[in-house]
Design a protein around this ligand. Structure first.
Ligand code: NYM
Ligand code: MG
Length: 192
């Protein structure tokens, strides 16, 4: 039967919430249960644009804020034809970050004072300070006020197994719901 598209499942959250681990486990368990599922991540650091982004994140290069924002965006758009093709062919995509990270992280830059960013470093990459991550979480909360998107909040402080089973159940539900829906609503012209 025509239709039968895959679902687009995006995991968003602050750094070190466990998204990459959970995305991997989710793809494995969906496959075990007979679904067609594949993982993707953003930034996808292996493309030419992704290499520029990766070098910026690792502080090996400096880029102007708008410029790097647009590189993150371009790094998503370059995968969109492939994403659409997969979704149309019935593959469910589990995506580790998407445009919501773009909004949450870039908009946090504007409000984080340099002094705050110097406090409590917990990682080596750009943005990995506790003050920055707190601002990012606030931004995510604001983004979730848009009810037109099907946001589901999962408490990442639970055990790895508990988080996994919560995500898996929600994913199975959304795969059923999505399969008869058109792809049209998924992408708007301006992912900035
Ligand atoms: N990030 C990610 C952005 O600032 N903008 C974006 O559009 C995206 C997709 O990149 N700190 C940030 C969030 C992370 C960093 O992501 C690298 P990860 O998930 O650690 O590879
Ligand atoms: Mg990271």
């Amino acid at each position: 039967m025509a239709g039968r598209r895959g679902a687009l499942i995006v995991l968003e959250g602050a750094d070190r919430a466990g998204k990459s681990t959970q995305a991997k486990r989710l793809v494995e368990s969906l496959k075990e249960r007979g679904y067609q599922a594949e993982g993707m991540r953003f930034p996808e650091r292996t493309t030419e644009i992704g290499r520029l982004v990766g070098s910026y994140l690792e502080k090996k290069s400096n880029l102007e804020d708008h410029t790097v924002h647009l590189l993150f965006s371009a790094n998503r758009w370059e995968q969109v034809p492939l994403m659409k093709e997969k979704l149309r062919s019935g593959v469910t995509l589990v995506v580790d970050r998407y445009a919501f990270s773009g909004v949450a992280f870039t908009s946090s830059k504007k409000v984080i004072a340099e002094a705050a960013a110097k406090r409590g470093d917990f990682g080596n990459e750009r943005y990995e300070t506790s003050a920055f991550q707190k601002m990012v979480q606030k931004r995510y909360a604001e983004l979730m006020e848009d009810r037109s998107l099907n946001w589901q909040v999962i408490d990442a402080a639970q055990s790895m197994e508990e988080v996994h089973s919560a995500i898996r159940q929600l994913s199975e539900d959304i795969i059923q719901e999505a399969k008869d829906q058109p792809l049209g609503k998924l992408w708007v012209e301006s992912d900035t």
